[in-house]
Design a protein around this ligand. Structure first.
Ligand code: AP5
Length: 219
């Protein structure tokens, strides 16, 4: 199964990708997580990415394309992967097409486009809490941890992402409309697009996602 999860920030891609990747035994490849980890560790990549992410802008294409090229060259993606947050521009999508062609590993099975109104997205991002150690995702109302402020999986103190502040959320939504939404047509024209109503509760969205991707060519 080789999937791309597409959709606005906060629509629920990461929540569903984590669950599907665990059940399928394939990696969830999130460029956002890779970049946040680099910032945490103070690597040259993290230093380069930090100001873009804090402003809600995209990190330059050549940087994220390099990240994905390295990540896809690892053996754990041989049986499939879920791309979460990549590609985000047409240039990234074209680079991915070339990478997969050159590797001879076969193309993407489906691109699932998560859809929800902006009002719902803003409420999801405002209430999101994440685990800085294991990257588990919670929501203060919709997906609260068992113990307030603590990760169910590893016990670490949960944090609010620095880009989940109102001004940065507005900037990220604008960037999505201008730079990422053209990918909907890009993948529709290639016959890969599947639409997913992401407004339902988490378990219903997951059931619908599973039925959409059932019978992928590479399974
Ligand atoms: P990234 O980490 O990819 O952020 P994003 O795309 O903005 O997506 P999010 O992680 O914010 O949201 P999500 O859709 O995964 O939602 P989640 O499941 O968490 O990128 C961050 C930054 O890195 C970018 O701004 C950019 O600077 C840079 N970057 C990353 N990739 C890049 C690239 N390819 N090119 C250039 N720059 C790049 O859910 C959100 C909340 O809602 C959670 O609290 C969750 O519990 C809750 N929730 C989820 N589903 C439901 C539901 N069905 N009902 C109710 N609540 C729900």
């Amino acid at each position: 199964m080789r999937l791309i999860l597409l959709g606005a920030p906060g629509v629920g891609k990461g929540t569903q990708a984590q669950r599907l990747a665990t059940e399928e035994g394939i990696p969830q490849i999130s460029t956002g997580e890779i970049l946040r980890d680099a910032i945490k560790r103070g690597t040259p990549l993290g230093i380069q990415a930090k100001s873009f992410m804090e402003a809600g802008n995209l990190v330059p294409d050549d940087v994220v394309i390099g990240i994905i090229r390295d990540r896809l060259s690892r053996s754990d993606g041989a049986d499939g992967f879920i791309l979460d947050g990549f590609p985000r521009t047409v240039a990234q999508a074209q680079a991915l097409d070339r990478m997969l062609l050159d590797s001879g590993a076969g193309g993407i099975d489906y691109v699932v486009n998560f859809e929800a109104p902006n009002q719902e997205i803003i409420s999801r991002l405002s209430g999101r809490r994440t685990c800085p150690d294991c990257q588990a995702v919670y929501h203060v109302e919709h997906a609260p941890p068992r113990q307030e402020g603590r990760c169910d999986k590893c016990g670490a103190a949960l944090v609010q992402r620095t880009d989940d502040k109102p001004d940065t959320i507005a900037a990220r939504l604008k960037v999505y409309d201008q730079q990422t939404s053209p990918l909907v047509d890009y993948y529709r024209e290639r016959g890969l697009l599947r639409q997913l109503d992401a407004t339902a509760p988490i378990d219903s969205v997951y059931r619908n996602l599973r039925s959409l991707v059932q019978g992928t060519k590479s399974r």
